[in-house]
Design a protein around this ligand. Sequence first.
Ligand code: SAM
Length: 531
Amino acid sequence: MTDPNASRHPRTRAQSHAKSHAHGHAQSREKGHASQQRTAADPRVVAFDILSDVLGEDAYVNLLTPKVVAASGMSARDRAFTTDLVYGTLRWMRLLDAIVCAAARRDADAIDASCLTVLRLGAYQALFLGVPDHAAVSCTVALAKRRVGAHAGGFVNAVMHRIVGRDRKEWESIVVSRIPKADAVQRLGVRYSHPDWVVRELEDSWKASGYADSAAYGMDLGAMLERDNEPPAVTLVARPGLITVDDLRAELPPDAHCEPGMWSPYALRVRAVAPQAVAAVQSHRAGVEDEGSQLAALVLAAAPLEPVAGGRSIGDASADIAENPDVRWLDMCAGPGGKTALLASLAALRGAKVTANEPSHHRAQLVRENVSAVPEGIDQVSERDGAAFGKAMPGAFDRVLVDAPCSGLGALRRRPEARWRKQAEDIAALTEVQKGLLASALRAVRPGGVVAYVTCSPVLDETVRVVDAVLADATENADVTAVRCDARGILKRVVRDGARIPVPEGSGDVQLFEQIHDTDQMFIAVLRRVR
Ligand SMILES: C[S@@+](CC[C@H](N)C(=O)[O-])C[C@H]1O[C@@H](n2cnc3c(N)ncnc32)[C@H](O)[C@@H]1O
């Protein structure tokens, strides 16, 4: 049997899936509009259609799912069930594929792509959601007949009967035991449903981060991978100066579950709340923002500046500002604007203004919406290539945030499909962009000013190695010199009163981990331009 788990597998499957899915749609369209209306209300059919678009047409699950589910006319319970089916199946896809292949006694490539997705959904229901065996089998067979064709019923029925004959733990042992013991990475990758290269990247990042040296944090890569498969808490941010955490809490429905954030003084973690229905979120006085993202903005805003040695010497744009100004902030990669809105509300309280930049017009529009409640904290929203700022506006800013485009592998809880979509070879192109943006930021900031380089990825090539490379370049560069600041020390000072955020001994960059901080795996480095 070929490995159904090879890391390139999902993309290959996705491509073939697209064809098969298009065929499925054509078939259902032939049945006419009335039947579409009826099928749209079945959670399994809706989940199948969403998965087909995500896997076959590169749709974003977090954008597509709420839209399709809201338009389906389903009950709240069915909407929640559908969302769980979609996210859970995507998260656990590698393990599900291994189980389906073992039960089907054939390779994934030998199973029709639509049939495979039907079986993934069936296996997820039976083994992860506890749907009773008979319901899991009969609903999966019905789905196969509707979306694949009557001919698929017999095969799906046989495979599903084999799947429900064992529980999840038994299947896990069976499929993992078929992988040689020496291949620990593949074993973890299958058990916790991650591509092998992602397992390796996460392990390397963990080892390099410094936590592994502390007795308090044993190396448990399995625990880290498992966290990627758990739905994250919804975290709100009460934007300072616009609303307090207490007032935000008062705007939530009376039966809402909520608790203060673990780290950010502006965070409120909520459950059983539809954030878009909250008045403060609608008016952008509050927003949905992971605590790791909030901390990145807070670290930039709190990083100490130093006076310009000998007065300003570069860039006309800032020549008239006092010796240690703190009034012009740049958010170089701003879309959709979560961090911008927090920075702008802090800036407004301190008499500063943020220039927000986002080259994608659609995302720049989202930034404009997000900052609409705090116009006094915003200078402008521009749509340029961030790499151009260094030359166009040298030394113009006191603080710069580079929240760089990245692989997003630090937010797998939120974007389960990213692990199947990104490939190891995509990283090199990203790091070139990241280095260009950071180098540009170091030119755009004034001497004595600070740059926060942030990624929602723990991959070393996108994090410390980008900073190392750019610092080495800047040191060689005659007119720009920068040093690394103690981002860990700044982080400890910005967390809410009484919170002791775990960071490794010593000074340096911050790498947050889901299993330690319960945030996205955010990387934060702070650099100060010396001259
Ligand atoms: C990680 S996201 C930023 C998230 C945002 N800071 C927030 O908190 O909502 C990275 C952004 O960088 C933008 N981007 C991509 N290439 C860029 C470039 N050359 N210059 C500036 N921004 C870029 C992407 O469009 C994307 O919106």
